[in-house]
Design a protein around this ligand. Structure first.
Ligand SMILES: Nc1ncnc2c1ncn2[C@@H]1O[C@H](COP(=O)(O)OP(=O)(O)OP(=O)(O)O)[C@@H](O)[C@H]1O
Ligand SMILES: Nc1nc2c(c(=O)[nH]1)N=C(CO)CN2
Length: 164
């Protein structure tokens, strides 16, 4: 069984509902997560979208091969209304594979560890919350160290539910 670390999130539609639906669909595919970060409200990163995202990191154990994992996460994105249009643009649900144990692979359709981990505070904050001591297999730094080192100044807060 390998440690599978995902980040999920979106900035369109009913963000909280979509996040909880993504959680449920991922549990159907990968079983209960071993760890779940808090939900973070995060400024849109990459300059191509505007509204703030809700993001969360989930950690599973899996026997599925990385490409099988990707097929399943893409199916969940599609079920939740994801349309692939603008790179880094607005979306209802995006699911990225951050780590798959210590595996390093680099194909156009799948790169692990995800190449932008160290550049994105919206990834590093929840990641350092749940796996502070996990070592990035290429950068040889822990997630906590990557967060301390990060120069991304975008806003990332723990999400406080808005009153009903
Ligand atoms: N680790 C990974 N996790 C998810 N998708 C990946 C990964 N590595 C490569 N990909 C590929 O990237 C494509 C994702 O494109 P997508 O439109 O979601 O990019 P994006 O979410 O805008 O950008 P980013 O991947 O930088 O978050 C997928 O079709 C998939 O094949
Ligand atoms: N805050 C935040 N910004 C993003 C996100 C995301 O999940 N959160 N995903 C993107 C697509 O890669 C682009 N920008």
């Amino acid at each position: 069984m390998e440690k599978l670390v995902l980040i999920i999130g979106g900035n369109l539609g009913k963000r909280e509902l979509l996040l909880s639906q993504a959680n449920n669909l991922l549990i159907e595919n990968f079983g209960s997560p071993e760890l779940k970060s808090k939900v973070y409200e995060t400024e849109a990163w990459g300059g191509k979208s505007k509204g703030a995202y809700l993001n969360q990191v989930l950690v599973f154990r899996t026997d599925l091969e990385p490409m099988e994992v990707l097929k399943k996460t893409q199916k969940v994105e599609n079920l939740l209304g994801r349309h692939r249009e603008v790179k880094w643009g607005d979306r209802t649900m995006d699911i990225d594979i951050l780590y798959y144990g210590d595996l390093v692979i680099n194909f156009p359709e799948i790169q692990i560890p995800h190449p932008f981990i160290s550049k994105r505070r919206f990834v590093l904050e929840p990641l350092a919350e749940v796996l502070p001591d996990f070592i990035h297999p290429l950068l040889k730094m822990t997630n906590a160290e990557l967060l301390l080192d990060s120069t991304d100044e975008s806003q990332v807060y723990v999400y406080e539910k808005s009153p009903e």
